[in-house]
Design a binder for this molecule. Structure first.
Ligand SMILES: *[C@@H]1O[C@H](CO)[C@@H](O)[C@H](O)[C@H]1NC(C)=O
Ligand SMILES: *[C@@H]1O[C@H](CO)[C@@H](O)[C@H](O)[C@H]1NC(C)=O
Ligand SMILES: *[C@@H]1O[C@H](CO)[C@@H](O)[C@H](O)[C@H]1NC(C)=O
Ligand SMILES: *[C@@H]1O[C@H](CO)[C@@H](O)[C@H](O)[C@H]1NC(C)=O
Ligand SMILES: *[C@@H]1O[C@H](CO)[C@@H](O)[C@H](O)[C@H]1NC(C)=O
Ligand SMILES: *[C@@H]1O[C@H](CO)[C@@H](O)[C@H](O)[C@H]1NC(C)=O
Ligand SMILES: *[C@@H]1O[C@H](CO)[C@@H](O)[C@H](O)[C@H]1NC(C)=O
Length: 377
């Protein structure tokens, strides 16, 4: 049904283009008694003739009033002004209720307004939502009160209320929460001839929570195998959702510096995306030393909105096969094979249980000492 109506409207507009005769376009307005109303005649781009005058017509059940300027509005016998393309009702009352139209010249191109005025106490009053603002939790958030520009009438400030609450609000939040979501009303005050007139508009605030910042790599407990004296770079990669989050490196419990003249330092890069930031903090060892192997390294993600997250890693020296001259090594290998075969055959069971005991024992012992220490800080 809606679709059919839209198609019809479209068809009529195409017709307009062809014939220059525009069908009725219309809008509905609902306001509370006492509010100021501004009916703005849509800008006509199709057939604008500079010399033709804007004519307002008001229809009541008994009569039709036509006005082509503010002076001629006097016959309407109401507090109504015309400025440019706007018809302004300073303080709406039930008598203003009805149909209005504006047209350029004589009736070729009309726009209709149906105005409904509710009493101040009416619960039926349900003006449409003018604007939607989306903000993210823990961030600065500003509500937008749609601007209505009326020539010769001075804007005189905005008052905010949240629907269902009686105390005025500020139009912004330094750190917005999910509970701040909802419908707000903004009342724009206008000063005209020493009197204040109000226009109240409804806007909706939707507060969403962003994804949680995380460290992608390395994983807590990772061990990096290195050669002493070599250069080592360990990238800590994180995905973050606010500018306030950051990652940095700790060595045991002290901060690693970013000064690249030090033997161990880190540097970082950012990559901004529409909804998240990728940050990489590279821990750089110019020459891995014995001392470096004794420390724990922690990449820490510090976030304004969440608990800090971290990944602690350790370094371990790579094991190398002992290098021997080729002939010696061949002889050595043969001897080792021979001895192994003999020993294996002779002490099969003893070796099996020895291996199980020692390896099994060592595994259980070497877990997580570093991060336990770190966690306590
Ligand atoms: C405005 O309307 C009055 C009658 O209401 C008419 O005499 C006058 O010529 C009109 N002015 C123009 C510019 O059309
Ligand atoms: C306004 O127009 C609507 C249809 O567009 C009509 O039903 C209604 O009776 C009109 N009201 C007045 C007061 O003329
Ligand atoms: C529109 O203008 C034409 C002449 O320009 C006139 O004959 C006609 O009566 C006018 N119609 C209305 C509704 O005023
Ligand atoms: C205009 O709005 C303000 C703030 O909401 C209110 O105090 C004042 O009474 C209103 N004035 C009128 C004329 O409605
Ligand atoms: C970096 O470290 C070197 C050596 O410790 C020092 O001389 C220099 O002042 C430091 N630079 C900065 C910017 O801290
Ligand atoms: C980080 O420092 C290393 C070593 O000085 C350098 O090669 C690399 O380009 C630096 N990266 C950034 C992003 O500055
Ligand atoms: C760093 O922590 C480890 C494990 O807690 C400890 O063995 C080592 O001595 C510490 N090193 C330094 C320089 O504090």
């Amino acid at each position: 049904m809606m679709m059919a109506k839209k198609l019809l409207a479209l068809l009529l507009c195409v017709l307009t283009l062809l014939t220059g005769v525009c069908p009725l376009s219309s809008s509905k307005r609902f306001v509370k008694a006492g509010e100021m109303v501004v009916l703005q005649c849509p800008q006509d781009t199709l057939n604008h003739h500079g010399d033709t005058e804007l004519i307002w017509t008001r229809y009541t059940t008994q009569e039709m009033f036509v006005a082509n300027n503010t002076a001629s509005l006097e016959q309407w016998n109401m507090d109504v002004l015309v400025y440019g393309r706007s018809l302004v009702i300073l303080s709406a009352s039930v008598t203003h209720q009805g149909n209005y139209s504006c047209s350029l010249g004589n009736a070729s191109n009309q726009h209709w307004f149906t105005l409904t005025v509710y009493s101040k106490q009416s619960r039926k009053y349900n003006e449409k939502i003018e604007d939607l603002t989306t903000c993210y939790t823990q961030e600065f958030c500003k509500l937008k009160c749609p601007h209505i520009k009326i020539p010769h009438i001075t804007s005189n400030g905005i008052t905010w209320f949240k629907e269902g609450e009686s105390l005025p609000k500020e139009g912004y939040f330094s750190s917005v929460e999910k509970s701040d979501s909802g419908v707000y009303t903004c009342t724009r005050a206008y000063l005209y001839q020493g009197q204040i007139y109000n226009i109240t508009l409804r806007v909706k605030l939707d507060v969403k929570s962003k994804g949680q910042s995380v460290i992608i790599s390395p994983h807590n407990g990772d061990v990096f195998y290195v050669d002493l004296g070599s250069t080592l770079v360990i990238d800590c990669k994180a995905v973050m959702y606010t500018d306030f989050d950051e990652i940095f490196w700790l060595s045991n419990t002290s901060f690693v510096e970013t000064n690249d003249s030090l033997p161990v330092f880190y540097n970082s890069t950012w990559e901004g995306n529409p909804d998240h930031i990728k940050m990489t903090a590279s821990l750089i060892f110019k020459k891995v030393s014995e001392e470096d192997l004794l420390k724990c390294y922690t990449c820490k993600l510090e976030s304004a909105s969440e608990f800090p997250r971290f990944a602690t890693i350790t370094l371990s020296q790579k094991s190398h096969p002992v290098s021997l001259t080729p002939t010696l090594s061949i002889v050595g290998i043969l001897v080792v094979i021979a001895v192994t075969v003999i020993v294996c055959v002779k002490f099969k069971i003893d070796i099996a249980s020895f291996l199980r005991d020692t390896l099994g024992f060592r595994r259980g012992d070497s877990d997580g000492k570093c991060y336990d220490t770190f966690l306590m800080h």
